[in-house]
Every structure is written in C-alpha cells, then in structure tokens.
Ligand binder design. Structure first.
Ligand SMILES: [Zn+2]
Length: 417
C-alpha cells in the first residue's frame, strides 16, 4: 500500500481521469499542502482499518515511507486523542525493540448514525473501531404528516446524541428510497411517501449543528462491509440486499461507485424479465419483482404454505432441512432468482465477490451456498475464476448503522472510499 499524493473524493465527486488536467470544468484538481496532509492522515487511518492495530514501524513499512514521516502524521492524531498507543509487544524480528501498536482511541469522539427505512428509525453512536452504542429505535407513519415525522427523528437522534461523552464528528444517514447524496435530499420512497422530497441533511444539520451526510441504504451496507465487515481490505465487491425491496451497491477498484448524484446502483430495478410483473417503481419485470419478500410471500400463498405472510428465507431453510419438499423447492427458486441478478452484475463488472444482506442473509450459510451454486451454473466464467458469496454475520441493521457512520468517516476524516 502506498500513501502517496493522490486526490481523495468526497460524496458524489467524480473519479480521476488520468489523461487530462482540465481545471474547473475537468476531472482533476491539484491538491494543496494542507489537503495533502489530510490525505496522508486518511491513508494512515485507512491502513489501520484494513490491517488492525499496527506499530509506527509496521505502518511505515506498509506505506513505503520512513518512520519519521509516519511519526509526523501519527503524532498529531495521538495528541488530539484520535489514536492511542497500546502496550508494548515483543517485536517479530530477532533482536528488534518491542513495539507499541497504534489504534483508535476508545475515548475519541464517536460518529452519529441513522438508519431510516419505511416506518422505522434507528439511531446510535458508533466508535471509531465500529462498536455500536446508545441504540435508540422509533416508528413513524410512512403515509403520515411531515411535521410529525421530523419531530420523531429529531427526538430519537437527540436521545442517542445526549449519551455521547463529547460532540460526535458528524451524523451519517442510511435511507431507503431514491437518494440525491450530493444535495442531501430524499427524492422518493415508494413505501414511505412522507419522506419524498425531504431535504433531511439541511434540516438535521441546522438542528444539531453537526455535519450530516446521507446515502442510499444498500450503499451504507456496502460501506459497513468495507470498513467493518467482510469487505475489509477488498478492492472489488458488491453488497446485495433483499427485504421488502431489493437493493445493492458496488465497490469498484477501491471506490464506492455512486453514479451521478448518487443515482447509480438501482439494482432492484434492473430488468430480469421483459414485460414481466408490475414493480413498485411503475415499470415491469424488475429484479425486485422476483427476488424480494413480496414475491416470496405471494408464491408461498399460491403454493398453500401455512401463514404465507410470515415466510422468510430463514423459515424456508429450516423447513427444507426438516425435509419439507415445498420449502426446499421455493428456497431453490428464490436463491436462483437472486443468483440471476448476480449473474448480470458478474457479467458486467466481474467483481467476483458478493456480500448478501437482509432476508436472503437470514437464510445463513445454506442460502448463501445455494445462491453460489446457481451463480456457478449460470455464469460464463473465465478459467480459474472464483466467485465468492458471503454473509455479513452481524445483522443488517447494525451493518447499515456502521455504514452510515462510515459515511462520516470518509467525508470528515478523509478516508478514501
Ligand atoms: Zn422496479
């Protein structure tokens, strides 16, 4: 890993175009000395996220710079309380001096996080090493009054933030629906019209006097995977979420892919069935129409399952393991329908690594293995190409909250995502 002079990009900014240096209208900006300092800080913090606690000597080796340079970057972060030195541990090298590993200070300011889904709000504080504190939950009427919703989200966040020992670095929001992450606006939420058109970032920023960022819920899952989960240290992977809706997000060549104003990655609305069933979005044949909970429950009802409205992937896995043929068959079709979307992604982007979230992840290793086998059968692979399908084991809600916090890490601490 090299920590050299490379521009970092905040939410929504475009990636580098190496062939031009085009000034205001172009894609590349030169960086000032102070910006360079922030970037170097970000790179060191990122190395700690990717590798765990490391001594100055190890960080210098990872960065390909000398120890004096690393000390110049790390020491101010220790003095301001962001990082802390652990107890000395014996060196790996024969005759080497004991080294003191450096990692995040548990007393450092935390990150505020909000998960906003139709009818449900969760807020919490997240430590720099990813621990969740002061979790607070509330419900709201997705078809209700805008003022009532704002009162609920402000109260819920206040209850969480009041438990912080010092002001958090900022608040990150993971929201369902169509999000303009550049302008902090929730453009539309099919299942919660009360949120449609809401300038939530401006409102919360003014109310709490803290920096606020927002992104699409599946993209927050991806960020949670990247900083704190199975995406740690990876350069290419996608997160796939199934629930009442289907969503996903991409990490490509070491960057979160957002598309224009965060509009990229509407995976649920890629078409898998031309002229197929009507989707919530008003179009036909979207992936979401055959690989999310509403489809699963409709099929369960059609096949005569008891309590079809409570069918989940976890329930199908359990019943299939007990020998229920119908559950086994429906589970096979569900995992195959999920695999079809992954197949299209694999053929387009060749990411080779997919992390499952939500209902499909609730089916555990059994569901993941079925998805993997379907992808293996469907995809046109190159020789020796391995495709991994993994689960984020800590649960979708916590991953999204950690990911929401991760959005603040990248915007405030200049970590590169
Ligand atoms: Zn759709």
């Amino acid at each position: 890993m090299k920590f050299e002079n490379q521009p970092s990009y905040s939410l929504g900014q475009r990636g580098p175009n190496k062939d031009t240096l085009a000034g205001e209208s172009g894609n590349v900006r030169l960086v000032s000395q102070s910006t360079l300092g922030e970037i170097n800080r970000g790179r060191v913090l990122q190395a700690l996220y990717d590798n765990g606690p490391k001594s100055r000597a190890e960080l210098a080796r990872l960065a390909g710079v000398n120890r004096t340079t690393i000390t110049g970057i790390v020491q101010p972060m220790i003095e301001e309380g962001l990082l802390v030195e652990g107890d000395a541990v014996p060196s790996d090298f024969k005759g080497g001096k004991p080294a003191r590993p450096i990692y995040f200070n548990p007393e450092a300011p935390m990150l505020g996080a909000v998960l906003l889904l139709p009818g449900r709000i969760q807020t919490c504080l997240v430590t720099l090493s990813g621990d969740i504190k002061a979790l607070t939950k509330a419900q709201f009427d997705p078809h209700g009054d805008r003022g009532a919703f704002l009162a609920i989200i402000k109260d819920t966040l206040s209850a969480t933030l009041s438990q912080a020992h010092q002001a958090p670095f900022g608040i990150g929001i993971a929201s369902g629906g169509m999000i303009d992450s550049d302008n902090g606006v929730i453009l539309a939420v099919n299942l919660a019209p009360v949120l449609t058109g809401l300038h939530l970032v401006d409102i919360l920023q003014a109310h709490f006097s803290l920096p606020v960022v927002i992104d699409h819920h599946p993209r927050a899952l991806l960020v949670g995977d990247r900083w704190f989960g199975p995406g740690r240290g990876q350069q290419n992977f996608a997160a796939i979420y199934t629930g009442e809706v289907l969503g996903g997000a991409f990490y490509i060549d070491g960057r979160v892919y957002r598309g224009l104003a965060g509009s990229g990655g509407e995976l649920g609305h890629t078409v898998v069935q031309i002229d197929g069933e009507l989707c919530n979005c008003g179009k036909h044949g979207c992936w979401e129409t055959v690989a999310a909970l509403p489809w699963l429950r409709r099929e369960a009802a059609r096949l005569g399952f008891a309590n079809p409205e409570s069918v989940t992937c976890a329930r199908l896995v359990k019943e299939a393991a007990e020998g229920a043929e119908a559950a086994n068959g429906l589970l096979d079709r569900y995992t195959r329908n999920v695999a079809f979307g992954i197949l299209n992604l694999q053929q387009t982007l060749s990411l080779n690594s997919y992390v499952l979230h939500g209902d499909i992840a609730g089916g555990g290793a059994d569901a993941a293995e079925r998805v993997r086998q379907h992808v293996e059968r469907l995809v046109k692979k190159r020789p020796n190409q391995e495709i991994s399908i993994t689960l984020n084991g800590i649960g979708e809600g916590h991953t999204a909250l950690r990911g929401a916090a991760g959005l603040v890490l990248s915007s405030h601490l200049k970590l590169v995502i």
